[in-house]
Design a protein. Sequence first.
Length: 413
Amino acid sequence: MNRERLLERFLRYVQIDTTARPDAEGYPSSPGQMEFGRLLLGELQAMGVADASQNQHGIVLGTVPCTVKGQSPVVALCSHLDTSPETSGAGIRPQVIENYPGGDIVLPGDPSRVIRTADNPGLEALRGRTLITSDGTTLLGADDKAGVAIIMETAAWLLEHPEIAHCPLRICFTCDEELGHGVDKLDPKEIGATVCYTLDGHGSNEIDVETFSADQAVVKFQGVNIHPSIAKGRMVNAIRMAGDFIARLPRDVLSPESTEGREGFMHPYDLAGGVGEMKLKILLRDFDAAQLSDRADRVHQAAAATMQEFPGSKIDVTIERQYRNMAEGLIKEPRAVAYAEEALRRLGRTAKRTIVRGGTDGSRLTELGLPTPNLSCGDHNPHSPLEWACLDEMIETAEWLVALAEVWGEDKG
């Protein structure tokens, strides 16, 4: 694998601002995603991907042709172009640490921000490797530009080495995954694959085989706004209503702050408005989709109690379906995980099956009938100014993808 080229790709990609915009009306939600997609389209065409395309929604597709005799299953590789809106993705200045010596990493743009080994238990094991960080004033964008760079380098490598016998590979880059909309404008039939792998995971050698099932509650508080000088007995303050409602949600249990592993939660994460009206968004998450109805019931119960507390108020609750645990769909295509494990075994490495306390494009693709586990791509601390990536882990994942394409190329159905 071309180490220098992969690093150069990644450094170039992260400097394009593709921050997703939650309140935007269009798809993609930010113009940088279209710009990034056009760049990737040109690079794919330059490396010889004859059918490379970008549609009106910014989604990029292309094919690395099969090099084995006869037919073999089509495998897709998918990453997303956007970065999280939780931390700025504008003006990213990546820092490359060659031959990492160990110890804490002080970020030069904001020395108060430190990537500490105490908070990153895997960091010390990467002594001598190449790490990349932001300068501390933005996120890095390795989620998911590490995945994009790995897929692009894998495609280039296979096209440069036609002697490697591999299955056909479909490349897919989506938009607005961070908003839960990565697959909204994508029909799995357009991908045309038997299985797909998202490159959107942490660390190395991990296969994510389960994700949360997810819904979102949108709660609208309708108060009565009137000038405070004449408000006695007449004003109903929607801000106070929202505060009362939030206080009724569980905090010591069923919250992100109090859960781990396979425990689900209810997470109020966005609140906006004023005295007359407030709008609150709540993430409802659990590995067991059946538990989501309990979460929704708790929201309705809290709303009813708050309305009793505030006569004359009105609260509307809407529950929006988001995605479901990929585990159910992966059972139907056991080769998806088994072949990924076999590919790593051939490289002398051992795969670790893991679960994701979140979702990926693979959650929706699997739900829509395209089995899509998620693979590591060298990213750590996503969505944060303390995000960092390991180039060596990215190289390892690119090698994994080549081996995976070889394994699938041996499958004649």
